[in-house]
Design a protein around this ligand. Structure first.
Ligand code: FES
Ligand SMILES: [Fe+2]
Length: 432
């Protein structure tokens, strides 16, 4: 046990993912957090928005890459561009709105005006810049790469990062269960929910990358409350996890969990009669179990729940806080009553007031709170569940699959995290 850790340069000493040991310093140390902003969030692909939010030229949404505010804007030629939402004059946000449609953007501080690509097109008292022209080097800082995967738009500041498809790798196979299960794709409904949890961003990411088994202790009372009177939850469903590589991962329940969580008959019928048969036709039967309430994280901080149909970003807000930004995602082809029911389901389960979300937020913020203690902070988190167990190959899906609840994907998440945190150059993208 190291007493008095005070620097990020020895990240290797703090993480031994192969042994399932993760020092709690990585959840609480300010120096490590600063390093994350540079080595994780200024480099990795992160979720910016959904195609359905920006269908027409001039449509925009605000987002974050780490703590950097960015704007995603649909261009006149139909392409997508994103840039840092920071005015080059004094650093005010170029646009204060979350979403809208605009011919351009005018900073509310001194009025510098930018076009849809982030180029400066006008400044008040422009003649006074005669000897210090505002050329293109003063444009808003572009997001180096922006790409869409079947409706989900991601961006990265790192021009050397692999393409989005390469970055996702086998994770795309599991994303398809969310975004490609029906003809016509998906759309977001109901706008964003945003709230702050007093907890490090990795608590959310790690929970969705592997932690189906917490539901047994954390959520059982909430689940019992929504069961019919005669029902008892005596056998908690088993689970299966997958590590598709590159820090991504997830897991799904192997029992009838969908029926436990989704109580609305309209949604259950839609899922049973429409989604599953069409999905099996489109994606094959191997992915069918993933429909049964599955949680996944795309490294580092984009997570989703199939069945419930929520997607979210765990935006870092300092070592001790995260901002959750979440949306409801539905099949475009679904009838309106199904879309409405899906939105109701997300609002009542996985939203700031949702019966399941509140359990999670309380756990994560209390975990964070205990790290205020000097001695508590020195401890390792135990991610050793399922260590040494056989990786199963009995189902034909990509990645390292393990039956039975286990923490293998979390070990993969922190392996990837350690790798990126210890390699500041673009070599990090080659040595995976
Ligand atoms: S800060 Fe934007 S115009 Fe001055
Ligand atoms: Fe949970």
């Amino acid at each position: 046990m190291t007493i008095g850790y005070s620097g990020a340069e020895k990240i290797d000493d703090l993480l031994d993912p192969a042994q399932g040991l993760v020092s709690r310093h990585v959840f609480s140390d300010p120096a490590i957090y600063e390093m994350e902003l540079q080595r994780i969030f200024a480099r990795c692909w992160q979720f910016l928005g959904h195609e359905s939010q920006v269908p027409r030229p001039g449509d925009f949404v605000s987002a974050y890459l780490g703590e950097d505010p960015v704007m995603l804007v649909r261009q006149d030629d139909g392409s997508l561009a994103a840039f840092l939402n920071v005015c080059r004059h004094r650093g005010m946000r170029i646009c204060k709105l979350d979403a809208g449609n605009a011919a351009g953007f005018s900073c509310s501080y001194h009025g510098w005006a930018y076009d849809r690509r982030g180029k400066i097109v006008d400044v008040p008292f422009g003649e006074m810049y005669e000897n210090a022209p505002l050329d293109d080097s003063w444009a808003a800082v572009p997001v180096a790469q922006v790409a869409s995967y079947k409706g989900l738009i991601f961006g990265t500041f790192d021009p050397d990062a692999p393409s989005l498809v390469e970055y996702l790798g086998d994770m795309a196979y599991y994303l398809d269960v969310l975004v490609d299960r029906r003809e016509g794709g998906t759309e977001l409904v109901g706008g964003a929910n945003k709230w702050i949890i007093d907890s490090n961003w990795k608590y959310g990411a790690e929970n969705f990358v592997q932690d189906g088994h917490h539901a047994f202790a954390s959520h059982i009372s909430a689940l019992m409350a929504v069961q019919p009177d005669e029902a008892e939850v005596t056998d908690f469903p088993g689970g299966c996890t997958v590590s598709p590589g590159s820090g991504h991962g997830g897991g799904w329940f192997e029992g009838p969990t969908l029926e436990m969580v989704v109580r609305d008959p309209v949604l259950l019928r839609y899922h049973q009669d429409v989604v599953r048969p069409e999905s099996i036709r489109r994606l094959g039967a191997d992915r069918d179990p993933v429909h049964n309430v599955a949680a996944f994280t795309v490294f580092p901080n984009f997570s989703f729940l199939t069945g419930v149909q929520t997607i979210r970003v765990w935006v870092p807000r300092g070592p001790n806080h995260m901002e959750v930004r979440s949306w409801t995602i539905v099949d475009k082809a679904a009838p309106q009553e199904v879309k409405d029911a899906q939105l109701r389901l997300v609002r009542t389960t996985f939203s700031p007031s949702g019966i399941l979300e509140q359990d999670d937020g309380e756990n994560w913020s209390m975990c964070q709170d205990t790290m205020r203690g000097h001695v508590s902070r020195q401890l390792n988190s135990n991610m050793r569940m399922g260590m040494g167990k056989r990786v199963d190959a009995d189902i034909a899906v990509p990645g390292r699959v393990m039956h039975g609840w286990n923490e293998e994907p979390g070990r993969g998440f922190f392996e990837r995290y350690r790798h990126l945190m210890s390699e500041p150059t673009s070599r990090a993208w080659l040595e995976r």
